[in-house]
Ligand binder design. Sequence first.
Ligand code: G1P
Length: 297
Amino acid sequence: MAFTITKAVIPAAGLGTRFLPATKAMPKEMLPVVDKPAIQYVVEEAVAAGLTDVLMITGRNKNALENHFDRVGELEATLLMKGDIERLRKVNYATDLAEVHYVRQGDPKGLGHAVLRARMHVGHEPFAVLLGDDIIDERDVLLSRMLEEQGKRNATIVALLEVDPAQVHMYGIATVEPTDDDDVVCITGLVEKPSREKALSNYAIIGRYVLQPEIFDILEHTPAGKGGEIQLTDALQTLAANPSIAGGVYGVVFRGRRYDTGDRLDYIKAIVQLAVDRDDLGPDLRPWLKDFAKNLE
Ligand code: G1P
């Protein structure tokens, strides 16, 4: 019988230097995307896929994250007193969303190192990793499809997106072979952030992974790679090259809507894209945007 995966690991220890000074005293994961912090979208996605046990790998300066998923007695009492039930519902929703645990990364030695910090919590079972910079539109399916494939293949599953070849240097890039499933590929090799010239494809890893527990032993022995950091991509490459260890690595090719909140321009685009589709903001924002765009010409 397939194992039911319940644990999600969310690395959130990055310094957010691209957003300074906004991130001087606040974690980048708390930056609002419309009216919700970016991290809440990611936790909501995990919960929607059935993952109710969330472990965040945090660092210094991340108290706001813990506060966001905790009760705020004073605020709740004030909203209740005012009879503002709608806002109270929003506040409580974030609190009750999931069982959230925290562990600190300590030294910022890279994504692979952050994932290794989840070992004690995860134990010997498959688990998901969600990176906070990527927001997947809730109307499109990705994580539950990946979990389904993990159950079927008992292998490591990563999310892939075909990107513009000019962008391959920003991602882990996979060499792939087709499978019988139209949206699933077998990954034969992975390289972290290759140059455009060296990239063997334009299949980029986006921040969703379903990992086998064997990844921990591999990460323990993975030397520092690109940027002097322990790279998750390098550990996945070891698994892809040795399918006998844990069933190999497969990619679910995502063709839906994904928003990148990792850099300033993409962050602005994400906010606009999400806001125009909202019932409460879209009807006013759309005509304003059209008008605004006209004046840019
Ligand atoms: C990380 C991974 C990279 C992956 C990317 C997806 O890079 O190292 O392999 O493609 O996330 O967003 P980062 O964006 O943290 O530099």
